[in-house]
Design a protein around this ligand. Sequence first.
Ligand SMILES: [Zn+2]
Ligand SMILES: [Zn+2]
Length: 116
Amino acid sequence: MARKVCAHPGCPNLTTGTRCTTHQRERERQRGTRQQRGYGPDHERTRAAWEIEVQTGRIRCANPNCLRPDDPFIHPGEPWDLGHTPDRTGYRGPEHSGCNRSEGGRTAHQQRGTHP
Ligand SMILES: [Zn+2]
Ligand SMILES: [Zn+2]
């Protein structure tokens, strides 16, 4: 069977498929964890990136039902959560913890106090 170079950028391994065994497995694992759990390494990375923005005090609460419509900005040091879109396929953006959890309560969302 004809062999090609692995489709992973920079990987020199030859393979009969699209990717070498290592990268094929890595790809499957990434796809699997993202579907199985809402809070993987991606979530941590996204949250860390937003944290920097939130600390500037210029980020508005992304929750459409924000409990503080008169002052929607998330103040530096204030607790916040990364809100998901209703179907949980993407991130809406940072929300006040109160706004995020009041909505989560309605949808029986699992929050077991894992956030500090
Ligand atoms: Zn590879
Ligand atoms: Zn809010």
